[in-house]
Ligand binder design. Structure first.
Ligand code: FAD
Length: 359
């Protein structure tokens, strides 16, 4: 069977790794570089790791696994009738096609947006790193996990960091947990500007609803936009992402979607952990095994500077500290979610417990 995968991010590469040896696998990727770790980009920008550490799989790794890789090639259209993927450089017949095109950073739309950078690719990271080394400080807009990771790592490396966020809580967490994040990053040197809306930007700073904040290097981390264009162009159903069922099937026969480009029941996964999880379950489904991805159980792990944090399941409502690291959330007496700070091993055991309860 010939499996063609569009996208060489964690979703695409994990699926290729799973299926290589069982099937003929080909990855089409529009970037020129082999797979790199996006979660490590802010560590690289901060100078905490070398650039080459971002690349766990060099070109000969793909060759060794027998995975075909076409870099610098953009998938343009799926000819569903002929079962052929058309790129800007050629045509590739498939038995199974997997769209793993990920997402891009949401661009700000305010006046002066040309003064704001975004972070998604290694190219973005190189640009931000060079500017940061010139100016020595950063102004980050957005208190999502990308903004917090970047803030934590830059502060850890000794850069001046200001973070503007439209709310006074983070990541949908309660005031206590958000306060803890603020306290730990504040101790590391991050200056917070909360409840402040981005209004416009210029060369020297940002005008917010709470006043003007100075900063030459301005990075906007205000969310993602799934890359659905190839699906849309090929007549496949899309919403915010490419619509899939619980077996990752799109509306087109033998065409699947995984990772940040896919939307299941209104949910976009948005994390590397989610994308690799999708890939592993899809590999089993393609092997004919019964498997199901726990879409309803959202679970992510981040590291904000020296602060590792895991957010698992439902974390709204009244929580209760069940040990020094874990705030657990219950509904009708049943555990439905937890936030684990500092002890990631504990997070894995809680995730397992929740999965067993749900499925
Ligand atoms: P992507 O990684 O977006 O890969 C998609 C690939 O498809 C890209 O390489 C793109 O070039 C390619 N592509 C798109 N369209 C085409 C086309 N038409 N033709 C050919 N190729 C195409 N997640 C975590 O779990 N933990 C973290 O700590 C964390 N930190 C992050 C920090 C940063 C700075 C960023 C940017 C992301 C972070 N994430 C983190 C999120 C995580 O990286 C993404 O959720 C994950 O990369 C999604 O994987 P994916 O395979 O779906 O898509």
């Amino acid at each position: 069977m010939r499996v063609v995968i569009i996208g060489n991010g964690p979703g695409g590469v994990e699926l290729a790794k799973e299926l290589s040896g069982e099937h003929e696998v080909l990855i089409i990727e529009r970037e020129e570089v082999p797979f790199y770790s996006k979660p490590m980009l802010s560590h690289y920008i901060a100078g905490l790791i070398e650039r080459e550490k971002l690349f766990p799989y060099p070109i000969d790794w793909y060759e060794g696994k027998g995975i075909g890789l076409r870099l610098g090639e953009e998938a343009k259209l799926i000819d569903r009738a002929r079962k052929v993927l058309i790129t800007d450089k050629g045509e590739y017949p498939y038995d199974i096609l997997v769209i793993a095109t990920g997402a891009r950073a949401r661009e700000p739309t305010v006046e002066g947006k040309e003064h704001l950078l975004t972070l998604r690719s290694i190219e973005d990271a190189d640009r931000i790193k060079a500017l940061l080394e010139e100016h020595g400080e950063a102004l980050i807009v957005g208190g999502g996990f990308i903004g917090l990771e970047l803030a934590g790592n830059l502060a850890k490396a000794g850069y001046g960091v200001k973070l503007i966020h439209r709310r006074d809580t983070f990541l949908g967490l309660d005031e206590e947990l958000s306060g803890l994040i603020r306290e730990r990053l504040g101790e590391a040197g991050v200056e917070f500007h909360l409840d402040a809306e981005l209004l416009k930007a210029d060369e020297n700073g940002i005008q917010t609803s709470k006043g003007y904040i100075e900063g030459k290097v301005k990075i906007c981390a205000i969310g993602i936009v799934p890359n659905v264009e190839i699906a849309r162009r090929s007549g496949i159903q899309t919403g915010r992402g490419i619509l899939i069922d619980d077996h990752f099937r799109t509306s087109a026969k033998d065409v699947y979607a995984i990772g940040d480009c896919a939307e299941y029941s209104g949910i976009i996964c948005g994390t590397a952990k989610g994308a690799t999880g999708h890939a592993r379950v899809l590999a089993n489904i393609l092997r004919g095994k019964e498997d199901r991805y726990p879409f309803e159980l959202r679970s992510s792990i981040f590291k904000f500077g020296d602060l590792p944090i895991a957010i698992i399941g439902k974390t709204r409502g009244d929580g209760e500290w069940i040990d020094g690291h874990t705030k657990a959330f219950f509904q009708d007496g049943k555990l439905v979610g937890a936030v684990v700070i500092g002890d990631i091993k504990r997070a894995f055991s809680i995730e397992k417990e929740l999965k067993e309860e749900l499925y």
